[in-house]
Design a protein around this ligand. Structure first.
Ligand code: ADP
Ligand code: MG
Length: 358
């Protein structure tokens, strides 16, 4: 998995969702200035849908006649793609629907999948409008690959899907606090990181994971819509014996990456690939100094944080994990979006989705 699957037909028909509020509020302007002509010249027939509110795209995707379209493309940040993927997997015909090629044009402030796809294509890191144009070319070329999706279970019983990340602690707090700097575009994460460093804190919780080298499927739990999870025990039972229980319970952050980039200029998991079948787990234990944590984030711009030999940073490739945050309030984000706070467990579904890539 991870290798090229096929190409979009020519001419191809795409449904393009643009979130006019994403990023600095310029996605529609960027569409008009960069994308519209590029698609027309490449013979890409497209219908534009301007999203009007949160969950608008998710609702449309649940009902759309997918036989009319060769791909669904999102021009926004990662949040809108998260909606579209979950909409597809909520359909009764999810098995067919999830095979719809998805495209991403970076129009938001958190454009991590666009940056990841661009990185896998082997060219040097770019940001902003350069990244947009580059992703526009990839879209016109129309090469489709498998992409891992990760299934998540929340303590309320809700199940959802993620294509990018699961974050708790420092990174999740920055994600949410930096919303107020969104006029700064992608720089919001840099500003947010510096602000949060000034009030660095410890997050209590328990973490357990199934290393990628272990794990035999157990019988799938009660039937939920969408693909069954074969590795996860019920959330109220202890993790199976082949799981690793992390001994520390004081953390600064937990970050599970399904693709390489956490933001346009944060290469969190340099060896991640579209459909490698791994969740790239990182955690930082309490005791790290502010300056060491800052060094980690600065090194992450080039993907060099694992070379800093920081004793507090742990990395593992896993297939499933469980996080049980301690009592109290807190923030957990999935693909940069806030989800219910509490115990959560996840399992990777290798190559379940499809994405237009390089
Ligand atoms: P950004 O990276 O800028 O945060 P996202 O794609 O993550 O961009 O979008 C942020 C949120 O905006 C998503 O949760 C999405 O559902 C929501 N959204 C979509 N359309 C609209 C709209 N017209 N007005 C407000 N919010 C919207
Ligand atoms: Mg977002």
């Amino acid at each position: 998995l991870g290798v090229l699957l096929n190409s979009l037909p020519h001419p191809c028909r795409i449904l393009l969702f643009v979130n006019p509020q994403s990023g600095k509020g310029q996605a529609l302007t960027l569409y008009n200035s960069h994308i519209q002509r590029m698609l027309n010249e490449a013979g890409v027939i497209h219908k534009l849908i301007i999203t009007e509110r949160q969950n608008h795209a998710r609702e449309l995707v649940k009902d759309v006649d997918l036989s009319q379209w060769d791909a669904l493309v999102i021009m926004s940040g990662d949040g809108l793609l998260h909606e579209v993927i979950n909409g597809l997997l909520e359909r009764p015909d999810w098995e067919e629907a999830v095979r719809t090629p998805l495209g991403i044009l970076p129009g938001g402030s958190g454009n991590a999948l666009a940056a990841s796809v661009h990185y896998y294509s082997g060219v040097s890191q770019v940001t902003g409008e350069e990244l947009l144009v580059s992703c526009g070319f990839l879209l016109c070329r129309g090469l489709v690959s498998h992409m891992d999706l990760v299934s998540l279970h929340l303590s309320s019983g809700q199940r959802l899907f993620s294509f990018l990340s699961l974050a708790w602690g420092f990174v999740a707090d920055v994600d949410v606090e930096s919303e107020k700097y969104r006029h700064a575009g992608a720089a919001r994460f840099t500003v947010g990181t510096l602000v949060r460093l000034a009030s660095l804190r410890i997050y209590k919780g328990k973490l357990a994971y199934l290393p990628a080298s272990r794990g035999s499927p157990r019988s799938a739990a009660k039937a939920l819509p969408g693909p069954p999870d074969a590795l996860l025990p019920p959330l109220d039972q202890p993790p199976p014996s082949d799981w690793v229980l992390v001994p520390e319970e004081d953390f600064v952050l937990m970050l599970a990456m399904h693709q390489s980039h956490l933001a346009e200029d944060l290469l969190a998991a340099p060896d991640a690939r579209l459909a490698d079948g791994f969740i790239h787990l990182f955690y930082v234990t309490a005791g790290i100094s502010r300056s060491a944590l800052l060094r980690l984030f600065l090194a992450m711009e080039k993907g060099a944080h694992l070379d800093t030999n920081c004793q507090h940073l742990v990395h593992a490739k896993v297939r499933a994990l469980r996080l049980e945050p301690g009592a109290g309030k807190g923030i957990i984000t999935v693909d940069g979006e806030v989800v219910e706070y509490g115990p959560i467990q996840v399992e990777v579904h290798a190559g379940l989705g499809r994405v237009i890539s390089g």
